[in-house]
Design a protein around this ligand. Structure first.
Ligand SMILES: CC(C)(COP(=O)(O)OP(=O)(O)OC[C@H]1O[C@@H](n2cnc3c(N)ncnc32)[C@H](O)[C@@H]1OP(=O)(O)O)[C@@H](O)C(=O)NCCC(=O)NCCS
Length: 257
């Protein structure tokens, strides 16, 4: 039985014609003290192309009426696709981890007070249940990644590319710069987006996003062999970050220690 199976929302499970793909690339990591499940949908993958073809005409099968209203508010096509893909990415992860086969339209992903994603389960349009686990989401260049955990979690997706060194001065102090520079032999030249991604994932755990300076999160140490890092918020609260390279992307997942 999955670690996420303790939710009693299984009665009405044959009410949708949409099935999650069998071969969903769901992975699992222990980050800090938490088990985190995550799903990365690369825009070059066959799964992405299948979903993309389907949602052009049938996005409503994946969404609740409230989500459809929100979708109508986006005027830019790219943002619409990204937004729907993000919901599908979170919902697929939830369905997979809970062992359900269907029911996308009964899961609603709302925005919390700071913009963080919140999960609500619905039946006949009514909220029946707010699960006790946490989700996080990130998009980049059409690809998206979602995370699910019983504890607060943050996930971020960045492109592993060589960025202008001026970013180093803006977002990292001298000690962090040395730590990130020491990775150059391991990670070729994408130490800056890696450091940025680690910080952003911590700011998502805290639900702060970029409402605070990225400098409020500091990288304290990095272990390139285990691909983990220790970060602190305001020099106090500790977080562990696990980073994964899915070329050409970096995925950072953070949770409290
Ligand atoms: C969180 C944030 C840093 C991510 O920015 P980004 O790198 O451009 O985007 P990502 O793709 O990595 O992440 C976007 C997702 O993060 C989530 N998110 C947004 N704000 C968040 C927050 N405060 N905490 C945690 N997650 C957040 C959302 O699910 C969003 O996806 P969605 O809009 O499709 O639902 C950015 O959205 C941000 O700083 N928001 C500002 C917070 C703020 O000032 N809020 C004011 C009230 S809305």
């Amino acid at each position: 039985m999955s670690a996420f199976m303790d939710d009693s929302f299984l009665e009405d499970r044959h009410d949708s014609i949409v099935h999650i793909p069998r071969d969903l690339p769901v992975s699992s990591e222990i980050v800090g003290n938490s088990e985190v499940k995550f799903l990365f949908i690369n825009s070059n993958s066959a799964i992405y192309k299948t979903i993309f073809t389907f949602i052009k005409d049938f996005a409503f099968l994946f969404l609740t009426p409230k989500e459809i209203e929100i979708l109508k508010g986006f005027s830019v096509d790219k943002r619409r696709v990204e937004w729907v893909m993000g919901r599908i990415c979170i919902k697929s992860l939830l369905l997979h981890c809970m062992g359900w086969k269907q029911g996308f339209h009964r899961i609603e992903i709302l925005k919390g007070e700071s913009g963080e994603p919140l999960v609500v389960l619905k039946q006949n349009g009514f909220k029946i249940y707010q699960p006790s686990y946490f989700v996080s989401l990130s998009h980049r260049n059409g690809s998206c990644v979602s995370a699910l955990s019983k504890n607060p979690v943050g996930i971020d997706l960045e492109i592993a590319e060589n960025l202008d060194n001026s970013m180093m001065e803006d977002y990292f102090d001298c000690r962090e710069k040395d730590l990130l520079d020491s990775l150059l032999s391991h990670l070729v030249n994408f130490n800056i987006p890696l450091g940025w991604s680690m910080k952003e994932s911590v700011l998502k755990v805290l639900k702060l996003g970029l409402s605070v300076s990225p400098k409020s999160v500091t990288i304290e140490s990095i272990d390139p062999d285990y691909m983990t890092a220790l970060l602190k918020y305001e020099h106090q609260q500790e977080f562990e970050c696990k980073f994964i390279i899915e070329h050409p992307y970096i995925i950072s997942i953070s949770s409290m220690r």
